[in-house]
Design a protein around this ligand. Structure first.
Ligand code: FEO
Length: 164
């Protein structure tokens, strides 16, 4: 059985993950409008991953006898100054999500909720990958600078991202 405090915190994280998906879908739409189809594909896969994250939490709440309560999803930005600007925003966002996951894990430990603590280990590991993948693309975009050839090649590379 989940405590009310943990149930509320997990529901807030469901909302945060859905917001992340909404953000990445908005970035996908931005890239589509810039004819960067590979970047758009990468962001679409990312948006789906975020829905998967929300569903992991959803399932845990239900399996533990809690109640999932979905609340409104705040609006997201719709445009960015450049691909670099969008990926810098993604990286910053992932750092923020890591902080949210860490706070949740600390709360689960404090309350002695071992099942939630163990479930969150997956998210702790996932956040390492989330930060690293967005930071790597930021680094590549910085290397590319204003080279349209470089941007074209990176677009091709990102277009190959598979689904998890
Ligand atoms: Fe669900 Fe990108 O963190």
């Amino acid at each position: 059985m989940l405590s009310k405090r943990i149930e509320k915190a997990l529901n807030e994280q469901v909302n945060a993950e859905l917001w992340s998906g909404y953000l990445y879908l908005s970035m996908a739409a931005y890239f589509e409008s810039s004819n960067l189809c590979g970047f758009a594909h990468w962001m679409t896969v990312q948006a789906k991953e975020e829905l998967g994250h929300a569903m992991r939490l959803y399932r845990h709440i239900v399996d533990r006898g809690g109640r999932v309560t979905l609340t409104s999803i705040d609006k997201v930005p719709t445009s960015w100054a450049s691909p670099l600007d969008a990926f810098e925003a993604s990286y910053k966002h992932e750092v923020k999500v890591t902080g949210l996951i860490n706070s949740l894990a600390t709360l689960a430990k404090k309350e002695g909720d071992h099942a939630t603590d163990v479930m969150l280990h997956w998210f702790v590991t996932e956040q390492v990958e989330e930060e690293s993948s967005t930071q790597l693309i930021v680094s590549k975009l910085n290397l590319i600078g204003k080279s349209s050839g470089g941007l074209f090649m990176l677009d091709h590379e990102l277009g190959k991202r598979g689904q998890k």
